[in-house]
Write a protein that binds this ligand. Structure first.
Ligand code: GLA
Length: 745
C-alpha cells in the first residue's frame, strides 16, 4: 500500500494489493482521473493516460489548447459551467447568482492513518500504519472556495474511502446546492449496473441493467436511505460472475437522502456519482464556514461478486462497525413483537420469557407497546412506562428477566410522535411541519424535528429517565415513517434546504449519546424492517432488522440480496410462527431456522403455543446456532445459487482456516421429475477431505468444489431428491437442508 506523488508529472498513484487509482493535474490546473482498476506498477509519469480531444461542439477553457476539452476528459471532481456538459459533482452559487466554478490544484498532503468526519459515521483505523490518506486542495479563487478531496486507502482491504470538505475562504455568503461525496470517470461503458431495490417487506432485491448512453440512477428523497433503493451499487463487467471478473462497489456511509448515478456520455465514457441528493438540499456557507460530505466506500475486486462482497463484509464489520459487539457472536434473542404486538402484561411477557429461558434463549426483547397510552394511533413519544402493563417498570421487568438467566432488551422509536400523545399536546412545535399547512400522517405518526438540537436533548433526557435503573443489554431503535412537510421553524428561511441533512445529523448525535451512556449495549437499528439498512447505521448499530417480512422463503431473497453489500453479522434474522404474518405461508420450522441462521439469529413467536416436538426442535436449533454462530457471523460467506428463479437457492460460510464450513440449501418451489443438480461449493481447501456431519460421508474439497454435492434423484421414477442419501426434506416446497462440513485428517 502506498500513495505516491510524482512532482515532475504531477500525478498521484494510490495503490494496494487490490487496485491502483491514479489522478493527475490537467493542463488547466484542474484534476483528472487517469486510472482505476487492477494494481499496476508505479511509474514516474503516467500522464499518458490523459486523453482529450477537440470534437465538434466541444469548448476549450485554454485559448492555446483547443485539444483540451473538459467534455472529453476524465475529470476527478467535475465542476459546472466550464464546458463539461455531464452531471457535475458539486454546485456552489455565489452572491451574483453564478453557479460557474473552476477548481485548480494548489497543494496536497499525504499522511498515515485516516481523519474522522465530525458528526458523521465513517470508517476508521485501529493504528495509523494500516492506512494512508491523501488530501488534495483545490481552489476557485473567484468564488473564494477551497475544496479538499480526501482519499484513504487501506493495506489489508480492497477499499478506498472518499469524502470532500468545502470551505468558504471569502467574505461573501455562498450556497452549496450540490455536494456529492465522490465522482469517478471511467474510460468505457462496458458495465452492468447492479442496484438493490424493493419496498417495505421486500427490501434489497438485486436488479441489473447494462449501462447505455444516458443516465441510470437510484435515489431516496424520503429522509432515510429507504426500503426502495439501497445506497449501495455495483458496477461489474458483463463477463463477471460470482467467482471471477472485475467488480466495483460504491457504498454510501449515510442514512438520509441520497443519489447514486451513472452517466454514459456520447463518447462512451462513464461517470459515477454518489452523495447527498441535491434535490431538497442547500447549505449556507458564510465567510469562513465549512461543510463536510459523508463518506463513500469504493470497493474493488478482480475475484467476482463474491470477492467484492467479502471485501465489504470484512471492512464494514471491522472498520465501520464499532464497540464491544463488533467482534462478538450475537446473542440469540426472542422478540415479543410478532407474538404479542402491543397487547401484553407483565404476566404474559414473563410467561413467554420463562419458556424461552428453558430453551436456551439468551436475550429477551420487549418490543413496541410498553410506554405511554400506546395503541397503533397513540402514545408514541411518551417515554414513560405504562404501569398498567408493567407495574414495576422496566427496572422491575429487567430484573425478573435477568433472574431467568437472560439479558433484557427494549424497543424505542425516538424520532417520532403520535398526535395523540402527551408529548405532542405539550410540544406541538417539536414536529417537522410548515405552520398553517396540514401535516401528512404515516403509520398514524409525525416526525420529530431532529434538526432542532433542543428536541434531540428533550427526547434523550426522557429516555434516560425511563431507562434509569433498568438493566438494559440491547436496544432496538426503530423508525417507522418517511419524512414529509420537511420544514423546521427552528431554522431561518435561508436554511430550510439544510433540514433533511440536519435531521440525520440529529439522529447520529442521538446515537452517539446513547452509545456514550450505554457503551456495552448492543443496538439493532430498524426502520419498519430494512428502511435504513446502510453503512452509516452500522457505525452506531452493528446489526439491523433486515425486513418486517419474516417468511423463510421471502427471507432467502432478502438476505441473499443484502449479502452483496453487507455482512451476515449485520442482518437481523428471526424465526417466526406459521402461517407467516406477512404472506400467510406455511414453511417448515426447520427451513425457517435454516434461513435465519445466516444472520443475527432470533425468534418472534410465543413458545407457549408450541407442542413438545417443535419445542425440542427449537432447543436443538438454539444449540446448533450457539455452536456455529461464530463461524456463520464471522466466517467467509459465499453465494452459490441465486433464488431468483424460485427453484433452488444455496449459500455457505467457510471458517478462516478452511477447516469447517456450513452450507444452506433451499428448495423454493419443488418440481417433479427434475434432473440431477450439483451444488458446487466454494472456498474449501482442495487438498483437504471433509466429513459431512451426520452422514459419515467424506469427500475431497476439490470434489466438493469441482463436481459439487449432487442430488442422486431417480429422475425417471418420482423425482425424489436424495441429497447424498440423507433425508427427503428437499422434496417439497420450502424444504431445506444444512450441511456441516468438517475437515478430517
Ligand atoms: C416496525 C418494526 C417491527 C416492530 C414494529 C413495532 O414495524 O420493523 O419489527 O418493532 O415496528 O411497532
Amino acid at each position: 500500500m502506498n500513495i505516491i506523488y510524482h512532482p515532475s508529472s504531477q500525478t498521484f498513484h494510490l495503490y494496494n494489493d487490490f487496485f491502483s487509482y491514479i489522478i493527475g493535474v490537467l493542463p488547466d490546473g484542474g484534476l483528472g482521473q487517469y486510472y482505476y482498476g487492477r494494481p499496476i506498477r508505479d511509474r514516474k509519469d503516467q500522464s499518458h493516460f490523459f486523453e482529450s480531444s477537440n470534437r465538434g461542439m466541444t469548448v476549450w477553457p485554454l485559448e492555446d489548447r483547443p485539444d483540451y476539452s473538459p467534455e472529453t476528459t476524465q475529470l476527478e471532481y467535475p465542476s459546472l459551467g466550464r464546458g463539461d456538459y455531464r452531471e457535475p459533482a458539486y454546485e456552489i452559487v455565489s452572491q451574483n447568482g453564478s453557479s460557474i466554478s473552476d477548481l485548480k490544484y494548489t497543494s496536497h498532503r499525504i499522511y498515515d492513518g485516516k481523519p474522522p468526519i465530525k458528526g458523521l459515521p465513517h470508517s476508521y483505523t485501529e493504528c495509523d500504519d494500516e492506512a494512508k490518506t491523501l488530501e488534495i486542495d483545490l481552489k476557485d479563487k473567484i468564488k473564494g472556495t477551497l475544496l479538499t478531496l480526501i482519499y484513504t486507502i487501506y493495506r489489508d482491504y480492497g477499499v478506498m474511502t472518499r469524502s470532500v470538505k468545502y470551505k468558504n475562504t471569502g467574505q461573501a455568503t455562498l450556497y452549496l446546492k450540490r455536494a456529492l461525496s465522490m465522482s469517478l470517470d471511467l474510460p468505457d461503458h462496458d458495465y452492468i449496473w447492479m442496484q438493490f431495490s424493493g419496498a417495505w417487506g421486500r427490501e434489497r432485491i438485486p436488479h441489473e441493467k447494462r449501462l447505455e448512453n444516458g443516465i441510470t440512477a437510484i435515489d431516496s428523497l424520503r429522509g432515510h436511505s429507504s426500503h426502495h433503493q439501497n445506497p449501495f451499487v455495483i458496477l461489474r463487467r458483463p463477463e463477471t460472475t460470482e467467482t471471477q471478473g472485475e467488480a466495483m462497489g460504491f457504498s454510501f456511509v449515510y442514512s438520509g437522502n441520497f443519489l447514486a448515478l451513472a452517466e454514459v456520455d456520447n463518447y462512451d465514457m462513464t461517470r459515477i456519482l454518489m452523495g447527498i441528493h441535491p434535490q431538497n438540499f442547500s447549505w449556507k456557507l458564510e465567510g469562513g464556514d465549512s461543510f463536510e460530505t459523508p463518506e463513500v466506500i469504493m470497493s474493488f475486486s478482480s475475484e467476482g461478486l463474491n470477492g467484492l462482497s467479502h471485501t465489504l463484509h470484512v471492512f464494514l464489520r471491522e472498520r465501520v462497525a464499532r464497540g464491544p459487539w463488533r467482534d462478538r457472536p450475537r446473542p440469540i434473542l426472542l422478540n415479543s413483537w410478532e407474538a404479542l404486538q402491543m397487547d401484553f402484561t407483565e404476566g404474559s411477557i414473563l410467561r413467554m420469557a420463562q419458556k424461552a429461558s428453558k430453551l436456551g434463549i439468551e436475550l429477551f426483547v420487549l418490543d413496541d407497546g410498553w410506554f405511554g397510552q400506546r395503541t397503533e394511533a397513540s402514545g408514541l413519544g411518551d417515554w414513560f412506562v405504562d404501569v398498567s402493563k408493567l407495574p414495576e417498570g422496566l427496572s422491575g421487568l429487567s430484573k425478573k428477566i435477568n433472574s431467568l438467566g437472560m439479558d433484557f432488551g427494549v424497543w424505542i422509536e425516538p424520532e417520532m410522535v403520535s398526535p395523540d400523545s402527551e408529548l405532542y399536546r405539550s410540544h406541538p412545535d417539536f414536529v417537522l411541519h410548515e405552520p398553517a399547512r396540514s401535516m401528512s400522517l404515516g403509520r398514524n405518526q409525525l416526525v420529530l424535528d431532529f434538526s432542532n438540537p433542543h428536541v434531540v436533548d428533550y427526547i434523550f433526557g426522557m429516555l434516560m429517565r425511563v431507562f434509569d435503573g433498568a438493566n438494559i443489554s440491547y436496544i432496538k431503535w426503530d423508525m417507522n415513517r418517511s419524512i414529509s412537510e420537511c420544514f423546521s421553524s427552528f431554522w431561518t428561511a435561508d436554511r430550510q434546504g439544510e433540514i433533511y441533512h440536519r435531521y440525520i445529523l440529529g439522529v447520529y448525535e442521538f446515537y452517539e449519546r446513547l452509545i456514550k451512556a450505554y457503551p456495552d449495549v448492543l443496538i439493532e437499528s430498524c426502520a419498519s424492517g430494512g428502511g435504513r439498512f446502510d453503512a452509516g447505521m452500522l457505525y452506531y448499530a452493528p446489526q439491523a432488522w433486515c425486513s418486517d417480512d419474516t417468511d423463510a422463503c421471502e427471507r432467502i431473497k432478502i438476505q441473499y440480496g443484502t449479502s452483496y453489500g453487507y455482512p451476515l453479522s449485520s442482518m437481523g434474522a428471526h424465526v417466526s410462527a406459521c402461517p407467516n404474518g406477512q404472506v400467510n405461508r406455511f414453511t417448515p420450522l426447520s427451513t425457517r431456522a435454516n434461513v435465519a441462521y445466516f444472520g443475527a439469529f432470533g425468534y418472534e413467536m410465543d413458545f407457549n403455543h408450541l407442542g413438545d416436538e417443535e419445542l425440542n426442535e427449537i432447543k436443538a436449533q438454539i444449540k446448533f446456532m450457539k455452536e456455529n454462530r461464530e463461524l456463520i457471523q464471522f466466517g467467509r460467506f459465499y453465494r452459490l445459487i441465486s433464488p431468483k428463479d424460485d427453484h433452488l437457492s444455496s449459500w455457505m460460510v467457510v471458517s478462516p482456516d478452511r477447516s469447517r464450513a456450513i452450507v444452506g440449501l433451499y428448495k423454493i418451489l419443488n418440481t417433479v421429475n427434475a434432473g440431477f443438480y450439483h451444488i458446487k461449493l466454494l472456498g474449501l481447501d482442495p487438498q483437504k477431505d471433509y466429513l459431512i456431519e451426520g452422514t459419515g460421508e467424506i469427500y475431497g474439497g476439490d470434489e466438493l468444489m469441482c463436481r459439487g454435492i449432487s442430488s442422486k434423484s431417480d429422475a425417471s421414477t418420482n423425482g425424489v431428491a436424495k441429497f447424498l442419501g440423507i433425508g427427503q426434506d428437499l422434496d417439497r416446497d420450502f424444504g431445506s437442508r444444512i450441511y456441516v462440513l468438517r475437515e478430517v485428517r
